[in-house]
Design a protein around this ligand. Structure first.
Ligand code: GDG
Length: 750
């Protein structure tokens, strides 16, 4: 633990990091001892636990506010993680944090449960502070680093970072809901916030619905095309940048909660709690930050009515409510505390007896050990949020219950309800419904409790916070965000490749030379491709081939190849290798299979909108690109099942929105091997974007270069963002090759 060094000057030539996490609060806080000495203490939270190992192994830094205003601290190291503190003044704390973050965005994003307040000075402070966080992150990030920005306080940081550092891979995770457009549209700065977020490569949300709300807002306010999770954002150079908006439900470090729960002293404490409460038959528990989104008043009302109508009695049931202090200087929170405490006081006044308290109410924060003991003691956990991004309390309760007992009553307006379906789900606004759920939970037979808890535990343990963070980072670094430009390592490999006596440059067409389009016949190579191919064709010892899944005539039509380009279509079944004609050979039996195949697919495609058939020399493709996801899946399933039964020998291949059936099995790997034989090339370069290109990457040999275009797992050693980068890559091969030729000529002349 490092001492809290305070400085006024900033350090020069600070070190940089390959993974930078940015959040409003740092995972450390300052602790002042009795004698006034200060030290840093780690504030344990799920996020820190999840990211700690990754931060340590990948040279990580954490940028954030240390929790104390008007103080400047030098970056320092804490437990193997570099900490970069950001300074906030007292007035910024009021305007940026308490104001814009917690009194504008928080209520707006939580379905305006409380009215959001819009103040232009708050917005200005928000922009100013976001800029400071972005500057700090930009200085901490190494070239090409990954930066992960967290939460609603920092929504402008992704754009600010991208403008300052286009080399970075930027992710953003929103821990709270993203509201429907009708609500979001109230925000006077609605366009600026969207633009801020769209600076990221990957924007993560808790629920599918949040990601959908975000994409809809982008469509409504900017008109950018969205397709599934992808949003195409125009970039400064006239091209498009692909941003992914997707749900990644956050979780907890489940094993560490269970580990605490298994400690004998914590189990003893749970027994003690029950005894101290007068050994009621049922302990119900609520644990929340004292926040109007948590529906605390609703649960108190339901419980009060159950006591009033005699369905429950204080001898049998006690409600323990932990309401940890939160945002105590923000207006609505001051009012909420009064409201809740009045309700608790009234209810206890009406129903408590000398020996039994109706509500045991605690306006404190407790150590985690005490929280775990409370979860263990609670027979029924009440989570009645009116709106909640996820609600980790629900998952913590489940993780703690290694005895598989206990009933979780869970609001369907909490993100956790999407996963924890075996909870007793409620609409907290429906007080009668909440009352019925409480009675059901109190009386639930043990068998049913165990069955439900077992299923809930599986969910929570299978999807813990480590799985969450690694899935977000994987999507960010492998998928959404392939870095722009040509990686140095690729340039180096191409240089080595071009030293070979003869080389083959083999290129997939769709998605590699040409962007994917809805109508295959409209596909065209990006500008500059033809010239780059021509430069290669003009060089000695270089052959160029197009390798496609398309029928060869269709490939000729869309690619308009120069005469010297070698062509293979239908995954290698058709070839045109320095001959005027296309070569293909199918036997009669295969031709008959082809007819049967066509009949089945025509019938399926005729009955499902948005699907069509493409005939290929040795097979047929069922395209589903224009169908709804459900129809596409149904059509593909029907085709697979029917043809699986009728023509079991067919080769089936799934691509992007397409399912292909062939009577002759051949892959792009076969095509590439044939091209290698035909050209006698010493080394091969292959570029492709689709799963079918993986067969070609699989047959590459040492010294060959495989280039994957865009996102997704691949065997290729190198990757670029999209087809627009490919002419540059081809140009680089031509440059290196020309340089090698010049060198050789000079050597020969010497
Ligand atoms: C936001 C989103 C989303 C509470 N009191 C004490 C205490 N806690 C701990 C709980 C839990 C955490 O605080 C609260 O997390 P929640 O998820 O329930 O809610 P928010 O604070 O509103 O969090 C939320 C979350 O971000 C993560 O993305 O799930 O939807 O609103 O871990 O245990 N912990 C201790 N003493 C307390 O008195 N030790």
């Amino acid at each position: 633990m490092s001492p809290a060094a305070e400085t006024t000057a900033s350090a020069d030539a600070s070190p940089t990091y390959s993974l930078v996490v940015v959040s409003n609060r740092l995972p450390v806080e300052i602790e002042v001892a009795d004698d006034g000495t200060e030290s840093w203490r780690t504030s344990p939270g799920g996020l820190v636990t999840a990211l700690e190992p990754m931060m340590r192994s990948s040279d990580g830094a954490w940028v954030g506010w240390p929790g104390i205003a008007d103080r400047t601290f030098e970056p320092f190291e804490n437990d193997g993680i570099s900490i970069v503190p950001v300074r906030l003044s007292e007035s910024e704390l009021e305007e940026y944090y308490e104001g814009f973050s917690n009194d504008t965005i928080w209520p707006l994003y939580h379905d305006v449960i409380a009215p959001p307040r819009f103040h232009r000075e708050w917005w200005e402070a928000y922009v100013r502070v976001n800029r400071r966080f972005a500057d700090a992150a930009a200085s901490a990030a190494a070239p090409g680093a990954t930066v992960w920005v967290h939460d609603y306080q920092l929504q402008l940081v992704p754009r600010m970072l991208r403008d300052a550092r286009p080399d970075l891979v930027i992710g953003f995770f929103n821990h709270i809901p993203f509201p429907p457009y009708g609500i979001y549209a109230q925000l006077p700065w609605r366009k600026q916030i969207l633009d801020g977020l769209l600076g990221a490569d990957l924007i993560g949300f808790q629920r599918l619905a949040d990601a959908g709300n975000f994409s809809r807002a982008v469509r409504r306010l900017y008109g950018y095309p969205t397709r599934g999770v992808a949003i195409d954002v125009p970039a400064a150079d006239g091209k498009h940048r692909r941003v992914i908006a997707k749900h990644f439900p956050i979780s907890i470090d489940a094993a560490s909660y269970e580990e605490l729960a298994r400690r004998p002293e914590i189990q003893e404490r749970a027994r003690q709690i029950r005894e101290d409460l007068g050994n009621p038959k049922t302990i119900m528990l609520g644990v929340d930050r004292l926040d109007y989104t948590k529906g605390i008043a609703h649960r108190i009302k339901a419980f009060g009515e159950l006591l009033a109508d005699g369905s429950l009695s204080v001898e049998d049931v006690t409600l323990v409510q932990v309401a940890s202090p939160s945002r105590e200087r923000v207006g609505p929170y001051i009012a909420l505390r009064d409201e809740i405490e009045l309700a608790v006081g009234r209810l206890n006044g009406d129903f408590s007896t000398i020996s039994h308290t109706a509500i045991s109410y605690h306006h404190h924060g407790y150590p985690r050990e005490e929280m775990v003991a409370l979860y263990l003691a609670a027979d029924v956990m009440l989570v009645t949020a009116l709106r909640d991004g996820m609600n980790l309390v629900a998952k913590e309760y489940v993780a703690v219950r290694f005895d598989r007992d206990g009933v979780l009553v869970l609001s369907e307006f909490a993100g956790a309800a999407d996963e924890l379906k075996q909870a007793v789900l409620i609409n907290p606004h429906d007080i009668d419904g909440v009352k019925a759920a409480i009675l059901r939970a109190v009386a639930m037979p043990r068998q049913e409790r165990l069955r439900r808890m077992r299923a809930l535990r599986r969910k929570v343990f299978d999807n813990d916070v480590a799985a969450w963070s690694s899935s977000f980072l994987r999507t960010l670094t492998e998928g959404a965000a392939v870095r722009p430009g040509i990686p140095d390592t690729l340039a180096g490999a191409l240089k080595d490749l071009s030293r070979a006596d003869s080389i083959l440059v083999a290129l997939d067409f769709d998605g590699t030379l040409a962007p994917h389009v809805d109508k295959p016949e409209d596909a065209r190579a990006v500008p500059g491709t033809r010239e780059a191919v021509q430069r290669l064709l003009d060089l000695d010892g270089v052959r160029v081939a197009f390798v496609s899944g398309r029928a060869l005539v269709s490939l000729q039509h869309v690619s308009q190849p120069q005469t010297d380009v070698l062509l293979t279509g239908s995954h290698g079944i058709e070839v045109q290798l320095d001959t005027p004609e296309i070569e293909l050979d199918l036997i009669t039996a295969e031709l008959e299979q082809l007819d049967a195949l066509a009949r089945v697919l025509e019938r399926i495609s005729g009955s499902v909108d948005g699907t069509w058939i493409e005939r290929k020399p040795a097979g047929l493709a069922l395209h589903t690109r224009l169908a709804t996801p459900r129809n596409a899946a149904a059509a593909q399933k029907a085709a697979r099942e029917e043809l699986g039964a009728l023509l079991p020998g067919l080769t089936v291949r799934g691509g992007k929105d397409v399912l292909e059936f062939a009577v002759r099995s051949s892959t792009k790997g076969d095509a590439l091997e044939r091209l290698r034989r035909h050209t006698g090339a010493d080394q091969v370069f292959y570029a492709g974007d689709d799963t079918t290109d993986e067969d070609a990457f699989a047959v590459l040999r040492p010294g060959d270069v495989g280039l994957k275009i865009g996102a997704g797992d691949s065997l290729a050693g190198y990757r670029v963002r999209g087809p627009e980068d490919v002419p540059l890559v081809l140009g680089l091969i031509a440059d290196s090759r020309a340089a090698v030729a010049a060198e050789r000529e000079a050597a020969a002349g010497a």
